[in-house]
Write a protein that binds this ligand. Structure first.
Ligand SMILES: NC(=O)CC[C@H](N)C(=O)O
Length: 295
């Protein structure tokens, strides 16, 4: 079989992502006892992009509980992550929290409930707590590019506002969204940050309670059904683990009761998911038997 590292296309919609090294690669597993198994560029920070949607969703569920599901659905969209078409005939209610429109609804909910420090700070605090790393940051250059090239997301935001699905000022929601996409972390930090989802909502290392056990279970279900956009079915078929991808080339996978796994390789497949990252996770799941459907 031909090596696939370097195949696929690095996200090119903003310069800050287009300059990523297509040969970068990392695979990191952190188990519930805190042991870290790493290979490749595990210490290199990269743009988490849509993986940040997981952390905002965690905050929104804490704030709204099941009321969140009035604003956003729980079904795979079968469309691209930035698609606008479905929104019109579904009255501005996005299919799920992991497509861009859904993430805007989630961020709007977090803004409504955040105190003076704001939704973005709340997300950073959560990610720093979950990852055990204060180095995690929002990359200002990526945030600025997201804003400059964010015409599609700006359209989605205004379109949803026209259906009164967004409560807050659209520019405030969009600005928070652009900044959350610019979340920058290493594969080691991301792998560690996913542990609460593998451990009933609590960080097994610090003991910090991040969400309720039932919510962690639900987030995992959504990752499995919607975490890879219109290739979520293919990912479930090949890897069999709840996962969330981002156009920076990262994928965070949860192995319930065991640990959390992060793959990173910038070139993407046609749905915007890391090509080599998906393949690495597929091989990992096959060789270790860590697949939630295995019996
Ligand atoms: N899939 C992604 O990672 C999408 C995030 C990207 N910043 C966007 O909003 O389009």
């Amino acid at each position: 079989m031909e090596p696939i590292l370097g195949k696929g296309a690095v996200a090119s919609y903003i310069p800050a992502l287009a300059s990523a090294n297509p040969k970068s690669f990392a695979l990191v597993l952190t188990t519930l006892d805190g042991t870290v198994y790493k290979s490749g560029d595990a210490d290199t920070p990269f743009s988490a992009q849509s993986i940040s949607k997981l952390f905002m969703l965690t905050l929104a569920l804490e704030a709204l509980g099941s009321r969140l599901w009035k604003r956003v659905g729980r079904e795979p969209s079968g469309n691209a992550f930035n698609s606008i078409s479905q929104l019109e005939y579904e009255c501005g209610i996005p299919r799920n929290p992991f497509i861009n429109a859904g993430a805007l609804a989630v961020t709007d909910a977090v803004i409504s409930s955040a105190g003076d420090h704001g939704a973005l700070d709340d997300m950073l605090t959560l990610v720093r707590k979950a990852s055990g790393s204060s180095r995690v940051r929002i990359d200002p250059e990526v945030a600025q590019s997201e804003r400059e090239w964010g015409h599609r997301n700006i359209s989605l935001g205004h379109f949803m506002k026209s259906f009164e699905v967004i409560d807050n000022d659209v520019d405030q929601v969009l600005n928070t969204y652009f900044c959350q996409c610019a979340l920058e972390m290493t594969a080691i930090e991301l792998s560690r940050a996913g542990l609460y989802l593998a451990n009933g909502g609590s960080d097994p290392i610090s003991g910090a309670k991040i969400t309720q056990p039932g919510r962690a279970t639900r987030i995992n279900a959504l990752m499995m059904t919607c975490g890879h956009y219109d290739m979520s079915g293919d990912f479930a078929f090949r890897v069999g683990l709840p996962g969330k991808s981002g156009v920076g080339g990262g994928i965070l996978c949860i192995i319930p009761g065991i640990g959390s796994l992060c793959a990173w390789s910038p070139p993407l497949n046609e749905a915007g998911n890391s090509l080599a990252g998906t393949r690495a996770l597929e091989l990992f799941a096959r060789r270790t038997g860590m697949n939630v459907f295995r019996n």
